[in-house]
Design a protein around this ligand. Structure first.
Ligand code: 0X9
Ligand code: ZN
Length: 422
């Protein structure tokens, strides 16, 4: 028995510790299924297998409203998985037949974009930072760099402040806290560019009348890792003292209902591992300190995520209670969603509290800003799509997604102002 345990530990150690010069993780014939859950037992079974990190990877946590959960399955596990679905009477829909094919397609680069930053492909951290430097150089009178702090691996977490005049209310955007959600930093950089270059009157007024504090890539270590080693990486990169699994979910590591109500996991191998304690991840700790310092300059806080097409608001920790200004939060959410749906793409966004329209999530950055800093207007945007491509949103959809962001943001800010928050 002891020998068996030792062997199991060894296997776990060698498979989880991806060495520096190890090749990129491949996802040949990995499939993604959307499952419909009918009872607690079915959910428990799926959540349990979801923690077997080499065989499964939960792409989208269980959504109580739709009763759906998206899960990636490795080819070697497929037969077992199908038996398990049958045995537990769980219905499924195949969303992605071969994840590696999607990843390969994502990498196909139009030649026109190789010289300039153009939002027709996804860029690596180095390229995003070089672009940020160019922008800071090109617009020195209205832009300014800010530094949130250092990541576990020692990278600098950078942001850009865009301010056209003194005394503007501030809007803070945090993006790519989850490494594999590449559309978020693509959207953040596009948005920065619009604020600086657009000649549209509405966008100009957004740029002129608010101070924008934007972090295009917050989880820098994870993002780099998602490009260089594992496209499906979500968490931070800090190793765990007693477990071979690496990283925590930075969006479960904030000190607001931390690890409560099943809104996060205490298992270091889970995709929603909360960390050993609030602020155990240097990135989350740095953001808390930075936001605490500049809190007086911020009126609205927005966190960019993918996927699922939602505009989420507090609370994340319970659906039994709602914030006292929930009506306003919904009115603003409706303005956001309606304006996006009115575009020719017809994309539908759902809006409402995280715990009500999605699932219970605790220790998130936005809930911390809402509950601890007392900011009344905070949202999480979950971008395209509904699971057809999931995290691997094709580059041709970057600009359409960004167009939706802009009309949504214009409507959101306008309504927020109309209701007296700005
Ligand atoms: O689970 C999350 O952290 C977010 N979804 S994702 O699929 N991108 O991982 C949702 C976070 C919801 N936000 C709040 N609870 N405020
Ligand atoms: Zn996310």
């Amino acid at each position: 028995m002891r020998l068996l345990w030792l062997l199991a530990t060894l296997v776990a150690l060698t498979s989880a510790g991806i060495h520096k010069d190890s090749p990129k993780e491949r996802y040949d014939n990995f499939r993604v299924y959307k499952l419909t859950i009918q009872n607690k037992i079915q959910l428990a079974v799926i959540e349990k297998i979801g923690e077997l990190t080499k065989k499964y990877n939960i792409w989208k946590e269980y959504d109580e409203r739709s009763r759906e959960i998206d899960i990636m399955v490795s080819p070697g596990e497929l037969n077992h998985f199908q038996e398990l679905l049958k045995f537990n009477n769980i219905s499924s829909e195949l969303m992605v037949e071969n994840v590696q094919e999607r990843i390969d397609e994502e990498q196909v680069t139009p030649t026109a974009d190789s010289a300039t930053f153009g939002w027709t492909k996804y860029y690596e951290l180095e390229e995003i930072e070089a672009w940020l430097d160019e922008i800071l150089n090109a617009y020195p009178s209205v832009t300014e760099e800010f530094i949130v702090g250092k990541s576990y691996e020692g990278r600098t977490i950078r942001g850009i402040k865009i301010s056209h005049k003194a005394g503007n209310p501030g809007i803070f955007i945090e993006s790519n806290i989850h490494a594999r959600e590449w559309i978020t930093s693509a959207s953040a950089t596009w948005f920065i560019n619009q604020l600086l270059t657009s000649e549209d009157a509405d966008v100009r007024s957004l740029a002129d009348n608010y101070d924008w504090h934007i972090i295009p890539v917050f989880n820098v270590d994870g993002f780099e890792y998602s490009h260089k080693k594992d496209r499906m990486w979500r968490k931070t990169r800090q190793p765990h003292a007693t477990n071979a699994c690496i990283g925590a979910d930075a969006n479960r590591n904030f000190d607001s209902y931390w690890l409560q109500n099943n809104g996060a996991s205490s298992n270091p191998c889970s995709q929603t591992f909360a960390g050993d304690n609030p602020g155990s991840e240097p990135e989350a700790k740095a953001l808390v300190e930075y936001l605490t310092k500049i809190q007086d300059q911020i009126s609205v806080y927005i966190s960019f995520h993918s996927y699922g097409q939602y505009l989420l608001s507090p609370y994340g920790h319970t659906k039994e209670e709602f914030p006292e200004n929930y009506n306003d939060i919904l009115t603003i959410g409706k303005a956001f969603a309606d304006s996006i749906e009115a575009l020719p793409y017809g994309t539908v966004y759902q809006y409402g509290s995280t715990a009500d329209v999605l699932y219970v999530a605790t220790g998130t950055s936005v809930d911390w800003v809402f509950n601890e800093l007392g900011k009344k207007i905070v949202y999480t945007i979950e971008y395209r799509d509904k699971g057809r491509y999931g995290f691997i949103l094709p580059p041709v959809q970057i600009i359409p997604n960004c167009e939706e962001l802009m009309v949504g943001m214009l409507a959101l800010i306008e309504k927020t102002k109309e209701l007296g928050y700005l």
